[in-house]
Write a protein that binds this ligand. Structure first.
Ligand code: FAD
Length: 365
């Protein structure tokens, strides 16, 4: 695409007070070395299905993983008929798994110490992309998970789940989208090279992707509401140990969607916390694009979300208004709206995150 074809898209208003309540958010991505865990085991007479460790891609992979959970439970039911299932965790993995398990005719009970609105899932930025996650698994299974997830989200556009199609303008190739384009070339529109990104103060070449935006503050409450309407009960419970789970949960089938909680409960040393800060600017409905450069900006209906930091091996959720302000300034500087600032910490475009993507999966134009 040539320079003359591109007119500038609206410039965001970067006014931001990090001390306003709710302006700064901290979340911890449940990253698992090798791959997220999606398998089953039998322990103490129970059939356990594990579904955790999706790093920075839990929202994106949720429906596909839920479909696999349903398959595993369905196979177990064929040899051991049951009427009930317990789901541990009320984040996106627990809620989507519970939704699909209802289709097997099971009575579903969800146990969690955080309600959906208090989970990491609720904090996610919401781009559909397979980012900050390792996927060393059978390629056919991975393709099926990605395809089911993407198509389920796409089919839910306009149905009150907070899903919409969005262009994402990126200064550098987006690994988490290139990986999908390479594995499943027909799933989503191909990326385009641009002579420059169509924004004020931008002169460098870049890339344009067409992806989905999933707004967790709409998506999760909608799932919760639908589950309750279908008879699912939510139990407020914190499990201290695996033994505590078996002592408390009577169901023979247990689906474990405890995210970072699985590290202690299942003694999973492969789980690593990857902390991210998000700055929540007031909503700006005139911005209908996503933007990525030393971090990202996702304009949603509740806020313009600026984020993209990745602090490895960090699990605390302490707020950090100073770092959130820096995040905003980094993006604002790119638009000529603030003095240039060096990126203060690791972020999604850092080389360390590139090891997460199989180099064979890079896309050529
Ligand atoms: C800053 C940030 C931005 C992100 N952006 C995106 C994005 O744009 N796109 C995307 O796809 N993903 C994104 N993610 C990743 C996504 O948020 C996670 O992968 C996803 O939330 C994981 O979901 P989960 O259900 O496994 O975990 P959680 O949402 O953390 O839910 C875990 C559930 O388990 C329960 N639990 C845990 N331990 C216990 C226990 N001991 N006892 C009882 N209950 C327990 C909790 O109460 C909770 O209900 C982002 C993450 C962060 C932090």
């Amino acid at each position: 695409m040539h320079l003359r074809e591109l007119t500038n898209l609206p410039t965001p208003d970067f006014a931001f007070d990090p001390n306003v309540p709710g302006a700064c958010v901290t979340g911890v991505r449940p990253y698992r070395e090798g791959t997220f865990r999606l398998n089953s085991e039998r322990v103490s007479g129970r059939f356990i299905v594990h579904n955790y460790g999706h790093g920075g891609a839990g929202i994106s992979l949720s429906w596909g993983c839920a479909a696999k959970v349903k398959d595993m439970v369905s196979q177990f039911l064929a040899v051991s008929p049951q009427t009930e299932v317990a789901v541990l965790g009320a984040g996106v993995m627990g809620l989507t798994a519970a939704t699909m398990l209802l289709d097997l005719g099971l009575k579903v009970k969800i146990f969690a110490d955080r309600k959906p609105v208090d989970t990491t899932s609720f904090k996610a930025g919401g781009q559909w992309a397979v980012s900050v996650v390792e996927t060393a698994m059978n390629e056919q299974d991975l393709k099926a998970i990605i395809k089911t997830s993407y198509t389920t989200f796409k089919d839910s556009i306009g149905k009150g789940f907070g899903v919409s199609e969005r262009p994402n303008y990126c200064l550098k190739p987006a690994d988490g989208l290139d990986m999908v384009l390479n594995l499943l070339p027909c799933l989503m529109p191909a990326r385009q090279r641009l002579d420059r990104l169509p924004f004020q103060n931008h002169t460098q070449p870049g890339f344009l992707y067409q992806t989905l935006l999933i707004e967790p503050p709409i998506f999760l409450p909608r799932l919760e509401c639908d589950l309750k309407a279908r008879g699912v009960t939510f139990v407020d419970k914190r499990f201290a140990t695996k033994a505590d789970i078996f002592a408390t949960v009577p169901q023979k089938i247990i689906v474990n969607c405890t995210g970072m909680g699985a590290k202690k409960l299942w003694n999973d040393t492969k789980l690593v916390g990857v902390r991210g800060y998000l700055a929540m600017l007031p909503a700006q409905p005139n911005l209908q694009y996503l933007y990525s450069r030393n971090g990202y900006m996702f304009p949603r209906s509740d806020h313009v979300v600026i984020g993209g930091t990745t602090d490895w091996d960090k699990e605390d959720e302490d707020l950090n208004p100073a770092e959130c302000k820096k995040l905003v300034n980094v993006i604002a500087a790119a638009f000529g709206q603030a003095a240039p600032v060096p990126m203060p910490m690791n972020h999604i475009d850092d080389p360390r995150n590139r090891r997460l993507v199989d180099p064979r999966l890079s896309v050529s134009d």
